[in-house]
Write a protein that binds this ligand. Structure first.
Ligand SMILES: [Fe+2]
Ligand SMILES: [Fe+2]
Length: 517
């Protein structure tokens, strides 16, 4: 190797080094992508499933399958698991990035398959297996999405046929698939308390028809065929009732919130919202406005509008502790920041994110709502106080580090969080404009969107440029509608330009000042 290196020209050596660095960076990227962990979890899943399916229940007794069947089971499970993984890799790559989410999906599959396997010890295995499959489909639709539940449900049905010992029964597979597809299609959003029950009834009907028709194909019409179909449908409806009862636990286990829960949190009687309205009324009305703007913007790109609205209501709850330090709650023209140094002011302002998270913890807000508190300022710079600190430091010649005047982050991880971040910043900027008209609103919204984009605030949320432009359009329309009636009375005495109070509070006001400059 040493001899080879000696004969190389310096240019080739440099090229080799660059290539080696690039290869190392690529390797590090793969290692950090979560892919190796996901593959390891997949292999464990294949091993457990193969072991589980190597047994067969015969007249209430558990026996080993013959070796050729075991080999067949291993091949079947491996092929199906890899096919499902390719689907996830291609269409749900975000899931692979989070080992916890991969673990919960694999855990859910294993629990369902184990329940199916255990059901074979009972005489009603057929009904229970279908009901368990529908339960899985409902849970996957709630936790992930309709499309995901639909595709994964079909993979699950094939595995469940093995678990239930009906590996050659196509009618059983079809019955399960009917329950899974119907429940996934029907369950778009849970906005009412009886939604899952409704879904259960429809899935039960689909299961009844498929079970009845496939059994009828094999034999003459008997009462047993009718009764079997009826019992399978009843089991599906019962499982829907059970899921409805356990919904809060499912939400907690998977760190999600259904629309029903979100609607509960949007109620003005929620203790935290009541507290916000009482202690920081300015912030409360600001949050309501952001909620309306963000919901319209989210709907414009097909994101979750309700989540945006509810997240907006809570995004600034950290201001409850020190409401007077934020401009929207100031009663007099004098600002409390006058008495503080820029670094102290910056600490108070940044502190509202941390205080918000503490309050969210105390009041048990779900993680999906907490993300808005955590990320609505991302890692943006508090420009006004940074400029003030620079002015003060000018004499000393030592400029303050910019990082000290940035929010700690993280940056928005979802499209909904990015929308709320933009709506929040834009609302403050537009509110501070001296003259408000549709063109000025549009310009302010666009400038703010570009500023956030260039600052890298949308780098972690998969927002596309086309979506950003639709969001801008929706926010501009909404703000124009909100401010359209504001016409100055000719007789009104012009307001005395007092303290630049809009500069002294939250970050959005700092932005506004710079926009006006
Ligand atoms: Fe804030
Ligand atoms: Fe805000």
């Amino acid at each position: 190797m040493g001899i080879l290196n000696k004969n190389l020209s310096p240019r080739r050596k440099q090229l080799r080094e660059t290539l080696a660095i690039e290869r190392f960076a690529k390797l590090a990227e793969v290692v950090n992508s979560g892919l190796p962990t996901a593959v390891s979890i997949l292999l464990v899943f294949i091993a457990i499933c193969s072991f589980l399916f190597s047994f067969k229940t015969n007249a209430g007794r558990i026996t080993y399958r013959p070796s050729h069947q075991i080999l067949s089971v291993i091949i079947f499970v491996t092929v199906l698991s890899f096919a499902a993984s390719v689907y996830i890799y291609r269409y749900n790559y975000r899931l692979i990035k989070s080992p916890m989410r991969v673990l919960s999906l694999v855990g859910l599959f294993l629990i369902l398959l184990l329940l199916t396997k255990l059901s074979t010890l009972t005489p009603v295995s057929q009904y229970l297996s279908v009901a368990v499959a529908v339960a899985g489909a409902i849970i996957m639709t709630i936790v992930y999405s309709q499309r995901f539940a639909l595709v994964m449900g079909i993979f699950y049905s094939a595995l469940a046929c093995l678990a239930a010992g009906f590996e050659t029964d196509f009618g059983f597979f079809l019955t399960m698939a009917a329950g899974i597809t119907t429940s996934s299609f029907m369950l778009r959003e849970i906005r009412t308390r009886v939604k899952i029950l409704e879904v259960g009834v429809f899935a039960g009907a689909a299961v009844f028809i498929l079970s009845f028709s496939t059994d009828l194909f094999d034999s003459e019409f008997t009462r047993k065929i009718f009764a079997d179909a009826g019992w399978t449908a009843t089991a599906v409806i019962c499982v829907a009732v059970v899921i409805q009862a356990f919904l809060p636990f499912i939400e907690k286990a998977f760190h999600i919130a259904t629309s029903m829960t979100l609607l509960d949190y949007s109620d003005a009687n929620q203790p935290l919202l009541k507290k916000l309205a009482m202690d920081a009324p300015g912030t409360y009305s600001h949050s309501l406005l952001i909620g309306s703007i963000a919901e319209t913007a989210a709907d414009a790109i097909g994101a979750n509008g309700l989540l945006c609205r509810v997240g907006s209501y809570y995004h600034d709850i950290g201001k409850i502790g020190k409401p007077r330090y934020f401009v929207e709650n100031q009663i007099s023209t004098a600002s409390r920041h006058d008495l503080l140094s820029p670094i102290m002011s910056q600490l108070v302002i940044v502190g509202h994110v941390r205080d918000g998270l503490e309050l969210a913890e105390e009041y048990g807000l779900p993680a999906v709502i907490r993300q808005f508190i955590e990320t609505h300022h991302g890692t943006t710079l508090i420009e006004y106080f940074y400029e003030e600190a620079k002015k003060k430091a000018n004499g000393t010649g030592v400029l303050p580090p910019e990082s000290e005047f940035r929010y700690p982050g993280p940056r928005p991880q979802t499209k909904e969080a990015a929308i709320v971040m933009l709506a929040d910043a834009v609302e403050g900027a537009v509110r501070s404009l001296t003259e408000i008209n549709p063109t000025k609103i549009e310009t302010t919204v666009h400038n703010m969107a570009i500023k956030r984009l260039q600052d890298g605030q949308f780098d972690e949320c998969e927002l596309t440029l086309r979506e950003l432009s639709r969001i801008e359009e929706a926010i501009s329309k909404n703000l124009t509608a909100h401010y359209h009636g504001r016409v100055a009375y000719p007789s009104a005495t012009p307001a005395k330009p007092s303290q630049p109070q809009h500069l002294l509070a939250d970050e959005e006001e700092d932005e506004a000042e710079l926009e006006n400059d």
